[in-house]
Design a protein around this ligand. Sequence first.
Ligand code: SF4
Length: 195
Amino acid sequence: MIATLPNLLGEIRACRVCEPELPLGARPVLVADTRARVLVAGQAPGTRVHATGIPWNDASGKRLREWLGLEAEVFYDPARVAIVPMGFCYPGTGKSGDLPPRAECRRLWHDRVFSLLPGLRLRIVIGQYAQAYHLAGRTRPNLTQTVAAWREFAPALYPLPHPSPRNQMWLRRNPWFAEELLPDLRAAVRRVLAG
Ligand code: SF4
């Protein structure tokens, strides 16, 4: 089969490789279009995203759009924003929240997807799994330190914590995030989508 993005997305949406391990079965959720300039790279769908097939369709997504300064209409426009998490299917829940994204996904798909997204100019990279992939060896010992080093990666890439409302304490402890990183990120998003 010819290596085009639509062909690859068709292969991914039919993927059932780790279905026996997935509590709700396979339902790969991602958005990708060769025209996209901004990438949102997160962890994996939660149950609500699994049920609807719409990425970031929850309270975390609402807060993420506020962080980015994007209306839903732009955020969900594939010609502008690609949404490619590290795991495409809901992985299930463990003792301390959702399980990590399935490693099979990264092994099978990610390099191929990103080789077909040549227009990406800004990567918004959320959480430790996406940061390990997109920062490839440049992460710090923990997520807070990686996010605190954002000036090293901007304006092409911004590492973020998860925008879950449960992360309120992290935001209070790290006021520089809202005061310095977010205004810079919003300006970068505006520039990239306008240019
Ligand atoms: S998580 Fe990834 S590798 Fe596993 S079934 Fe879903 S798309 Fe396939």
